[in-house]
Design a binder for this molecule. Structure first.
Ligand code: GLN
Length: 230
């Protein structure tokens, strides 16, 4: 926008619950994404207001001008680039298959013939599952948030789920969910911070500058290590 960035409060869309990138603890939003955007805003001199929402609503909210920025473990894709501009990549993730601990017959996408795949609406995992389902005659069931999707596989209603590797690895390390990661990563998805396409060069420039400075100063590594101990 044309407004002076100093006086503007940017509305930042974040996923409701996507640890270690964003989650609520004692009524406060925390996580790698939250710390990154907070530090970038501090360094580049703009104000932010966090707006947690279901992931599927984030890009539509940018398009409706209800959000200015989105940081939500959002993968940079060619399809999304038609409607948003992304910052430089800030985290390498990638999708993985996840099954119930006692399931020993799924390790690759080839094993999904006739299976039920749980996904989260609007994600790259959902897109991957839909493409695969056509080829393998599999069924896709959609959820609004990651915990509901995890639950569906843990309780045996779905055979497998597709989620970002670092997110599900973190969840399993925190707590026994009755789930396990199988096979190799399915792709090399990288996260970017998004703004509405063609209208936010000024803030995007600040975001990229802030990211670069956080990497140079070691603050980026410090933030990531705070949540991912190893
Ligand atoms: N990285 C995935 C995507 O961009 C999932 C993001 C999420 O669930 N918050 O679609």
């Amino acid at each position: 926008g044309k407004e002076d960035a100093k006086n503007k409060e940017y509305k930042v869309g974040v996923d409701t619950t996507y640890p270690p990138f964003e989650f609520e603890e004692n009524g406060k939003q925390k996580g790698i994404d939250i710390d990154l955007i907070t530090e970038i805003a501090k360094k580049e001199g703009f104000k932010i207001k966090l707006e947690p929402m279901d992931f599927k609503g984030i890009i539509p909210a940018l398009q409706a001008n209800e959000l200015d920025i989105a940081i939500a473990g959002m993968s940079i894709t060619e399809e999304r680039k038609k409607v948003v501009d992304f910052s430089d990549p800030y985290f390498k993730a990638g999708l993985t298959l996840v099954v119930a601990k006692n399931n020993n017959n799924i390790t690759t996408p080839d094993d999904l013939k006739g299976k039920t795949i749980a996904v989260k609406k609007g994600t790259t995992g959902a897109k991957f599952a839909e493409d695969l389902a056509k080829k393998k005659n599999a069924k896709v069931v959609q959820f609004n948030d990651s915990p509901s999707m995890f639950q569906e596989v843990a309780n045996g209603n779905a055979d497998v789920l597709i989620e970002d590797y670092p997110v599900v690895a973190y969840a399993i390390a925190q707590k026994d969910l009755g789930l396990k990661i199988v096979g190799d990563r399915l792709n090399g998805d990288q996260y970017g911070i998004a703004v509405l396409k063609g209208e936010n060069e000024e803030v995007l420039k600040k975001i990229n500058k802030g990211l670069k400075d956080l990497k140079k100063s070691g603050k980026y590594d410090e933030i990531v290590k705070k949540y991912l101990k190893e």
